[in-house]
Design a protein around this ligand. Structure first.
Ligand code: GLU
Length: 408
């Protein structure tokens, strides 16, 4: 009774590892939750209050999203980028994930996915029935594609439409893309549009975040939302910003929105106005500061000649590669690590790597961010002492992984 298309699809590994970790913890096991990628921080109080104040909002809102929210999102984005976006360019969705899915459904062409890529891009591309072109990347290129490799794929058939998924800071590698200029040259030369997944952009560890939309705005759809910077993953509010040149895409996503989720929850949209209209720089800076320090701690203490890692540059993740021949696949290795140490991780194969490559994603978010933030306030240097005090599970998980890696 099922279509062939869906028969081999499995539940998303990110959500699955979250549930497995919950189950094991409920059974009383000591689990270090390095699997799921969820903000350790709480939603800022003023935004929570706006949600409370708007609990009575009960009407369906416009399918493209509440106009006032789209206006503040357009203003917030235009202030950060070199492009003047208007409310008409913004589509509000129940998480950017759903909007990406609708994009896959409407797009006719090939989907270019750099390896590694976030776990849901490929299954969504399959559901959208477009061919996937995997684009291998290298550690020395920050795990991002080179323009040359990108061009090679497109040159095979320049008559087709191409959609490249570019995610910086990256999930799972934690790296920031540095060669945006050359990638934009390729986009400008061919029928290539880019879905720029910028969900971690506020959490870039240095101040110089650049988006591919700064280089080729007419070819770029920006995708982001509340989940990561605002600690509001469970609120499910994301958005696309689509330039006028891609209006047809925006209008068609709107049609699909109206035929599927209708409109995003009204109280959440009203509350989100506060998130983008008011200044939350202090909250964002404190979050970044803590994440940067915790990420660096994991990087410094776990790296060895048996564990290769690129230092994280933004977001929640880093990607250790274990130099061993002990396991046949990264998922077998993750199962062994979970059994032996209680550390939950995700295998590189979920992110597009060959299963034999013994690489994993580690999410360094298993700590109470609120307590941490209350303590550091304006301090810029998050000492190792503070990490030990406020992120004990991180320290414990790193110790356990380190010991485990010595047995290889
Ligand atoms: N983006 C998060 C992750 O990669 C979790 C949310 C999700 O996958 O839907 O772990």
């Amino acid at each position: 009774m099922l279509k062939d298309l869906v028969k081999n699809l499995e539940p998303s590994s990110t959500l699955k590892i979250n549930e497995i970790s919950n189950e094991l913890q409920n059974k009383g096991q000591n689990i270090i939750r390095f699997g799921f990628g969820q903000s350790p921080f709480q939603v800022p109080k003023d935004i929570v209050n706006e949600l409370k104040n708007n609990a009575h909002q009960n009407t369906y809102l416009s399918m493209q999203g509440l106009k006032e929210l789209r206006e503040v999102v357009a203003k917030y984005t235009s202030n950060k980028k070199k492009y003047n976006y208007q409310s008409e360019n913004v589509i509000i969705g129940p998480g950017s994930k759903e909007l990406m899915f609708l994009l896959h459904v409407i797009f006719d062409g090939e989907i270019i996915l750099p390896t590694p890529s976030w776990v849901s891009y490929a299954p969504q591309a399959i559901l959208g029935r477009n061919k996937i072109q995997n684009l291998k990347t290298k550690r020395e290129n920050n795990w991002f594609p080179t323009a040359e490799d990108l061009e090679k794929i497109i040159k095979k058939n320049t008559n087709k439409n191409y959609l490249l998924f570019l995610n910086s800071p990256n999930n799972p590698s934690g790296q920031v893309c540095k060669n945006l200029n050359e990638i934009s040259d390729v986009a400008n030369k061919y029928n290539l549009i880019i879905l720029s997944d910028e969900i971690y952009s506020e959490l870039t560890f240095e101040d110089d975040y650049k988006s591919i939309s700064d280089f080729c705005p007419e070819k770029t759809i920006i995708s982001t939302g509340l989940s990561k910077w605002c600690g509001a993953g469970g609120w499910r509010l994301g958005y696309f910003i689509v330039p006028d040149s891609l209006k047809l895409i925006k209008d068609t996503i709107n049609v699909l929105a109206s035929e599927t989720f209708s409109a995003v929850s009204a109280p959440i949209q009203y509350a989100a106005i506060q998130a983008y209209d008011k200044d939350h720089t202090d909250f964002i800076n404190a979050s970044r500061n803590i994440l940067k320090s915790v990420g660096k701690y994991v990087y410094k203490n776990l790296s060895s000649n048996k564990v290769l890692i690129n230092e994280p540059q933004g977001g929640f993740y880093l990607m250790p590669e274990f130099v061993t021949k002990k396991f046949k696949s990264s998922s077998e290795m993750c199962k062994n690590i979970l059994k032996k140490t209680g550390v939950a991780l995700l295998p590189g194969s979920d992110f597009g790597f060959d299963k034999e490559r013994l690489i994993v994603r580690l999410s360094f978010t298993d700590f109470n961010g609120q307590n941490f933030m209350d303590e550091i306030k304006d301090e810029h240097n998050v000492s190792e002492e503070l990490i030990k005090k406020f992120a004990p599970k991180i320290v414990e998980g790193v110790d356990k992984l380190k010991k485990w890696s010595k047995t290889l």
